[in-house]
Design a protein around this ligand. Structure first.
Ligand code: BJ8
Length: 372
């Protein structure tokens, strides 16, 4: 049961490197990004290209461990290794990389990375109060200045409006996709949706919009015909799964589960909440709401997980933490307690990018899925 839109996604991904370098040749600047907090509207409004960076593979970890501690999140090590080995086309195409003060590991890694590539670090305040929001608005203003300087293009009101509308359109399509996933059987596999989120960070936004539009039409057909995937309905929550890192979703779907939602930056944290207005402040406010575990008192995330469990009619939650990611790991206790209180089954998985624990994880996930 292949989806044509997913085949198109894979095709676009295959050609992305070539397309990106062509866009660069045409004079467009490329801004690499590490995080869902980077307001891509600002970059698009200057006719520049926002692109996610590699960091989902084990291969680049040994070279990173020459400089970084072994007991560090694999996402951080993998991305650093990609830059050091010059093996990520998106890194190599980037004129400048935008980092942010999210978790300790990334922040300190950026201090080493800035020797290899020009970087701009956005200060993301960890508190969620009004004073912190003011700081964040300033940071987004500073980004606008930087992008204008780097590209030589003025971000006019009109250009900003165009970019806001475009990214909101993308969000609207992801909301529609989530609506369709409420159906039983689930019209799409979690692994396909994961690839869609992973590649959405890498592809040209117009291509992602086109793929999503096609996909939604196809899924509407499937829903009409009652086609799809039965199985225990799973919500994944936790660390993002950067392209190349599909292990947990593959395992869940191998042992009889079907992933119907992701509370993740390769999931709802990528698209939830529209930018409501066309000012820098409106843009900053939307991004400030992203409930990443690096923020202090992040209770909105717990509420979101509970809401998604209900909306998507979830049978069980898989809490996914990358090894040594303290923020998501510690917040996992709060999430676990809150879900247990409501009688929602949850399993916590901590893993890295290696294959060594695949069998062990499979056994645990199989037992969880049988139990729920
Ligand atoms: S907004 S989740 S993309 S920071 S997994 S590197 S937190 S130690 S990736 Fe993230 Fe932005 Fe938050 Fe989303 Fe650190 Fe944890 Fe590693 Fe992480």
């Amino acid at each position: 049961m292949k989806l044509k839109a997913i085949e198109k996604l894979m095709e676009k991904f295959k050609n992305r490197k070539e397309q990106l370098y062509k866009q660069k040749e045409e004079g467009r600047k490329v801004f690499g990004m590490f995080c869902a907090y980077v307001p891509i509207e600002i970059i698009l409004a200057a006719n520049a290209i926002p692109v996610g960076l590699c960091g989902g593979k084990n291969d680049t970890i040994p070279i990173a461990e020459e400089d970084l501690p072994r007991n560090l999140c694999p996402l951080i090590k993998s991305s650093y290794g990609f830059k050091k080995a010059k093996s990520c086309p998106y890194f190599e195409a980037s004129d400048i990389v935008i980092g942010e003060t999210t978790c300790e590991g990334k922040k300190k890694m950026f201090e080493l990375m800035e020797k290899m590539v020009p970087m701009h670090i956005m200060h993301l305040p960890h508190m969620k109060d009004e004073d912190s929001l003011k700081i964040w608005i300033k940071e987004v203003e500073k980004l606008k200045e930087l992008v204008e300087k780097e590209t030589g293009n003025k971000i006019t009101e009109e250009k900003l409006k165009e970019a806001v509308d475009k990214v909101n359109k993308l969000r609207e399509l992801f909301y529609k996709l989530y609506e369709l996933r409420k159906n039983k059987p689930a019209p799409i596999k979690g692994l396909d949706v994961l690839k869609l989120f992973q590649f959405a960070y890498l592809l040209d936004i117009d291509d992602t919009i086109e793929i999503l539009e096609d996909l939604i039409k196809e899924l509407e057909e499937r829903v009409k015909k009652g086609e799809g995937y039965d199985g225990k309905r799973i919500l994944i929550t936790g660390c993002p799964m950067v392209a190349g890192n599909n292990k947990i979703v593959e395992l869940i779907e191998e042992v009889g589960g079907v992933v119907v939602g992701e509370e993740s930056c390769t999931g709802t944290r990528y698209f939830e909440n529209f930018v409501e207005g066309y000012s820098i402040e409106d843009i900053a406010k939307r991004y400030f709401k992203i409930p990443c575990a690096c923020r202090y008192k992040n209770d909105e995330r717990i509420e979101n997980i509970k809401r998604l469990v209900k909306e998507l009619d979830v049978d069980g939650v898989v809490y996914y933490t990358l090894q040594y990611c303290h923020t998501f790991n510690i917040e996992g206790k709060k999430v676990e307690d809150a879900l247990k209180e409501e009688g929602i089954p949850i399993i916590r998985i901590e893993t890295d990018y290696s294959e060594s624990d695949r069998e062990q994880l499979k056994t645990r996930l199989e037992a969880f899925i049988e139990m729920i």
